[in-house]
Design a protein around this ligand. Structure first.
Ligand code: ADP
Length: 187
């Protein structure tokens, strides 16, 4: 539908949470999807996991309780952004199902769309990619508490979408997520 010239586009905001193991492809998909959506006139914010943790949860560690608190804080910020017409893309592991459900509920309470995308790359592929050398360091005994290696990851049972990046190019994965947004009226 065309808009009268000079009229700003008003888009429905929403949160797209990309959950999955380290090196699954969450950040890569979010970054490329952000570019794609921006080129279509959307206002988009990527809430990078490391940045958000440093800004919001610097005092927290990686216990189950602390991970849950971190996820809820990021979810709260995403919900606020989404409420104001921004598409919040959240490439954050979020290993525990109850905290993901809490974020979904928070969005529902505000009447804000929320989509959960499981970036379902198998751990063996993630460990091969090992973008931040975390799997190697865990295997060498230098770190512990790595999700998927020696810390739990509760797979989403009923995500809005599951992406199998091990069988796809980055472009294919991005288009798959973008198609979900289109189907739900978010792009
Ligand atoms: P995460 O944010 O989940 O920790 P990253 O996005 O930082 O993971 O890294 C994923 C790596 O996997 C990148 O090097 C990326 O190029 C690669 N990759 C290969 N195929 C895909 C795909 N289909 N989708 C996303 N990333 C992919």
């Amino acid at each position: 539908m065309s808009r009268p010239k000079g009229t700003p586009a008003v888009w429905q905001g929403g949160t797209v949470w990309l959950t999955g193991l380290p090196s699954a492809g969450k950040t890569t998909i979010a970054t490329h999807l952000a570019e794609l959506l921006r080129s279509g006139g959307h206002r988009v914010q990527v809430l990078d996991g490391d940045e958000a943790r440093a800004a919001l949860s610097a005092e927290l560690g990686f216990s189950k309780e602390d991970r849950d608190t971190n996820v809820r804080r990021i979810g709260y910020v995403a919900g606020l952004l989404a409420e104001h017409g921004i598409t919040a893309l959240v490439p954050v592991i979020a290993p525990y199902a109850p905290s993901r459900a809490a974020v979904r509920d928070m969005h529902a309470a505000r009447g804000v769309p929320y989509l959960e995308v499981h970036v379902a790359t198998p751990v063996e592929i993630c460990a091969e990619r090992d973008v931040k050398s975390l799997y190697a360091r865990q295997a060498a005994g230098e770190i512990s508490g790595l999700t998927g290696a020696d810390d739990p990851y509760e797979e989403p049972v009923d995500p809005d979408l599951r992406v199998h990046t091990q069988h796809q190019t980055v472009g294919e994965s991005v288009r798959q997520v973008c198609a979900l947004l289109t189907a739900r009226g978010l792009s």
